[in-house]
Design a protein around this ligand. Structure first.
Ligand SMILES: [Zn+2]
Length: 303
């Protein structure tokens, strides 16, 4: 049976046919699915889904790209912008220039409220992990925003440590900072998965040494997925878990379309090819790996 370690079935992309797809997933031989939250609303929806289906588990957490929402727009800036606009309107004959409002990075009050709710949810039945959390510098050049991502990432890692839950890590364009942080928390016994792994083979082996799993999805089937295929070749098979990240990242031959966990077979087939082992063996080993990654699922624990 295939273990889907990372999907977002709660999203609006599945609002028209969610039940149908979930039924098909079962027929495809998928034994378990961890539905991953990326902000407070999707974390709530993940938990609701997990309560509805016994084979679905939830992860709750806030994605680095959603951290921005924790911060109110600076009041000072609003006033300044308003004043400026007043002058500019006069100066420029009624042309209204509106500056983008900057978040007030000092005000963490909303973030604290969200964190409180994440903590509450994480203690509920059927929550298998904290995630997805991490760093994403792809669009973020601003130092204060990067610092804010770091701050909330560490807070959520600490929460995972406190509740003894694994973490699901999202990391993009932040290889150095992520590895440094994960090295630090590994010493405190925090474990988990580097989801949608996109860095080098050398770093993958570092993560493996620290005890983390490597999450591999659709990219392994892409023409330009050579670097990931090298990672898949190099890491021990016992550190590898399968994921789709549905509805994103559809594998070949379905690239560009909405992804769903039925496509795990394309991913598993490609990885079995790369490793030179039978498909069934790959599926069996990665399911065992996923059970070690998510002990709550293995133990069928109700907290
Ligand atoms: Zn995801």
């Amino acid at each position: 049976m295939i273990f889907e370690t990372h999907a977002h079935m709660d999203g609006e992309e599945f609002d028209q046919d969610r039940e149908e797809i979930l039924a098909r997933i079962r027929e495809e031989g998928i034994s378990h699915l961890v539905n991953v939250g990326s902000d407070i609303e999707s974390s709530r929806r993940s938990l609701a889904l997990a309560r509805q289906y016994d084979w679905i588990y939830a992860a709750v957490g806030v994605h680095p790209e959603e951290i921005r929402e924790f911060y109110p727009r600076s009041a000072q800036q609003i006033k300044k912008t308003a004043d400026q606009n007043e002058e500019e309107r006069e100066e420029e004959n009624g042309i209204n220039i509106i500056e983008p409002m900057q978040p007030n990075w000092r005000d963490r009050s909303h973030g604290e409220q969200v964190m409180e709710e994440i903590r509450r949810m994480a203690g509920e039945d059927k929550v298998a992990a904290i995630g997805e959390i991490g760093l994403d510098y792809y669009w973020v050049k601003d130092l204060e925003e990067r610092q804010a991502q770091n701050y909330w990432f560490r807070r959520q890692l600490a929460l995972a440590g406190e509740l003894d839950l694994p973490v699901i890590i999202h990391s993009r364009d932040a290889a150095k900072d992520t590895l440094e942080i994960m090295r630090g928390v590994a010493k405190e016994g925090i474990r988990g998965v580097i989801h949608c792994y996109s860095y080098s083979r050398e770093q993958a082996l570092e993560y493996v040494k620290l005890g983390y799993f490597i999450g591999v999805g659709g990219v392994v089937t892409f023409k330009n997925g050579r670097r990931l295929r090298e990672v898949v070749e190099a890491i021990p098979i016992h550190s590898l878990v399968l994921e789709t990240d549905s509805p994103y990242m559809s594998p070949e031959p379905r690239r560009g379309r909405r992804n769903d966990p039925c496509n795990l077979r394309y991913i598993a087939r490609r990885i079995a090819e790369i490793r030179g082992i039978p498909y069934d063996e790959l599926v069996r080993v990665t399911e065992e790996n996923a059970m070690r990654l998510y002990p709550e699922v293995r133990d069928g624990k109700t907290r």
